[in-house]
Structures are given as structure tokens and as C-alpha cells.
Design a protein around this ligand. Structure first.
Ligand SMILES: *[C@@H]1O[C@H](CO)[C@@H](O)[C@H](O)[C@H]1NC(C)=O
Ligand SMILES: *[C@@H]1O[C@H](CO)[C@@H](O)[C@H](O)[C@H]1NC(C)=O
Ligand SMILES: *[C@@H]1O[C@H](CO)[C@@H](O)[C@H](O)[C@H]1NC(C)=O
Length: 258
């Protein structure tokens, strides 16, 4: 009786394994994984993905071992390509919409690390791609120069949205006190028109970005605007109240703003 059982078991194992031929394990040895050698940069890619997907929140500094990786990511073409991918998805969505004639269909743009790039600051040795403590004094000094370049993918999206008939609203945590500099900087790099440019008042300084931006978007909706699209680099640009019919995130592994 026991022998018969064993025979039956062996037979069923054979038939089962024959039935599972399509699920052969790929025979090449991968270069990473539990028994592979460590490829430098692979952990930093996982870290960056966790940041982008919002699995990792409120991080303080970029891991110092990732400085080289971040430099390559930000300056080596991948960051730019990722931004173009986001902008392209936004345009594919936008061009399909039918706008009303009342000028109330708006697209919200964040400014820092979205319309404009602060990479000249973050790539300097003082910040070292987010691996060194952020120095607000030195950032504000740099910001006052008004020399931030445009993020090419976003400038391109901006022009296409204007052509489609969208009104543009810039919604930024930049201080109202530097309005003239911010406006000039935007114009200098090609953002020549907008419906509104909303900056943070002194009285709003204590609010987190998500609270401040929610409040401003709600005011826009109460004024009759329809927020059809919204693009930013921080999750706090895209979460909260009245975020818009669709949101688009450009990457930003350098810092986290709640
Ligand atoms: C655009 O609209 C068409 C027709 O309504 C639809 O089939 C298509 O999926 C839409 N494309 C996008 C990117 O939303
Ligand atoms: C921050 O930057 C300012 C201006 O560049 C500088 O004077 C100050 O020493 C810096 N602070 C730290 C902690 O590095
Ligand atoms: C945008 O969202 C609002 C509220 O959900 C909806 O009524 C409206 O039809 C949406 N507009 C478009 C163009 O999808």
C-alpha cells in the first residue's frame, strides 16, 4: 500500500513538472540579486524609485553614497528624458480635451524644479545633489540672482498648452517678496504669459506646501476656474484639495517638501 502511494506521488510529480515547461527559469546568471556581485548604483536606483512612487516620504538627505549616482542621473540625460516622458503624457491627455470658450480652463504649473530648474544650486559642492544639508540662506541668495534655467520639457509643454488654448497658472511656494525677480526669471527663459502667478504671502509662511497649495487651488475653483491639469515635482503639488482632473509628476530625487 505504501509503495503504491509513493509510485503515485512520483508519477504525479513527473506529470506536473512536464506540464510546467513554459515556466523554465531563465538560465543566465543575473549580475545582481542575492548571490550576484553588487553593481554600484543599483541601490540608489531603488532609493530613487521609492522616492518617486511616494513609498519613501519626508526624507532629509539623499544618501551620501548616492552622490555620484544622482549626479549621473540629473546631468547625464536620464532626468531630462524622464521629464519629457511626463510632459508627453500630459500633452497626450491635454490635446484630447475640448475647452470651453470662457477662458476658465487652466493648467497649474509649479515653479521650482518644474517650470524652472535650480540644478545650478543643487549641483554645487555646497549641496552636492541633496547629499549635504540644505542651506536656505544660500539658496535664497542664488534665487535672488533670477538666473534659473527652464526645464526644457516643461517649457515645451507650456507652449503646447498655450497653443491648445489653456490658461496657465503658476502656483509656487516662492515668497511674494521676490515677485519681480521670479517674473523676470520666467520671462527671460521663455514663459512669456500667464493668467496668474500665485506666490506665498508672509502670513502663509507657516503652512506646509500641501495646505497652502490646496487653499490656493480651492480659491481658483471658487473663482470659476476648471483645473484640467496640474504638474509639479513634489507630491505636495499634486495631493490635497482640488488637485485637478489629472496630475503629472516630474521627477525630483533631491529633496522632499511636505
Ligand atoms: C482621446 O480620445 C479618444 C476618443 O474619445 C479616446 O479613444 C482616446 O483614448 C483618448 N486618448 C487619450 C490619451 O486620452
Ligand atoms: C549657509 O550659507 C550662508 C551664505 O552662503 C553661509 O554664510 C553659511 O555659513 C552657510 N551655513 C552653513 C551651516 O553652512
Ligand atoms: C473634470 O472633473 C470634473 C469633476 O470631477 C468633471 O465634472 C469634469 O467633467 C472633468 N472634466 C474633464 C474635461 O474631464
Amino acid at each position: 500500500m505504501q509503495v503504491l502511494h509513493l509510485l503515485f506521488l512520483v508519477l504525479s510529480v513527473i506529470t506536473t513538472s512536464q506540464g510546467s515547461v513554459p515556466y523554465q527559469v531563465f538560465p543566465l546568471r543575473l549580475r545582481s540579486g542575492s548571490d550576484g556581485e553588487k553593481i554600484s548604483g543599483i541601490d540608489c536606483l531603488s532609493w530613487r524609485l521609492a522616492v518617486e512612487t511616494h513609498n519613501l516620504r519626508n526624507f532629509g538627505l539623499v544618501p551620501s553614497s548616492c552622490e555620484n549616482y544622482m549626479a549621473k542621473y540629473m546631468l547625464g540625460g536620464q532626468y531630462s528624458a524622464d521629464c519629457f516622458e511626463a510632459a508627453s503624457a500630459a500633452y497626450e491627455y491635454a490635446k484630447n480635451l475640448t475647452l470651453a470658450d470662457d477662458g476658465k480652463d487652466i493648467w497649474i504649473f509649479d515653479i521650482d524644479e518644474t517650470a524652472l530648474s535650480s540644478l545650478p544650486f543643487y549641483s554645487s559642492p555646497d549641496n552636492a545633489f541633496g547629499t549635504k544639508e540644505y542651506n536656505d540662506t544660500s539658496f535664497k541668495e542664488w534665487e535672488k540672482l533670477g538666473v534659473a534655467p527652464a526645464l526644457p520639457a516643461i517649457l515645451d509643454l507650456y507652449n503646447k498648452l498655450l497653443d491648445l488654448g489653456f490658461k496657465i497658472v503658476f502656483l509656487s511656494g516662492k515668497s511674494e517678496s521676490i515677485r519681480d525677480i521670479a517674473e523676470q526669471n520666467l520671462k527671460d527663459v521663455g514663459y512669456h504669459t500667464w493668467e496668474k502667478l500665485i506666490l506665498k504671502q508672509t502670513s502663509e509662511k507657516g503652512s506646509t506646501a500641501v495646505v497652502y497649495k490646496s487653499k490656493k487651488r480651492t480659491e481658483l475653483v471658487n473663482e470659476g476656474y476648471r483645473i484640467l491639469g496640474n504638474v509639479g515635482d513634489q507630491w505636495s503639488d499634486l495631493l490635497g484639495d482640488n488637485v485637478g482632473n489629472r496630475t503629472f509628476k516630474v521627477p525630483d530625487p533631491l529633496f522632499y517638501l511636505p
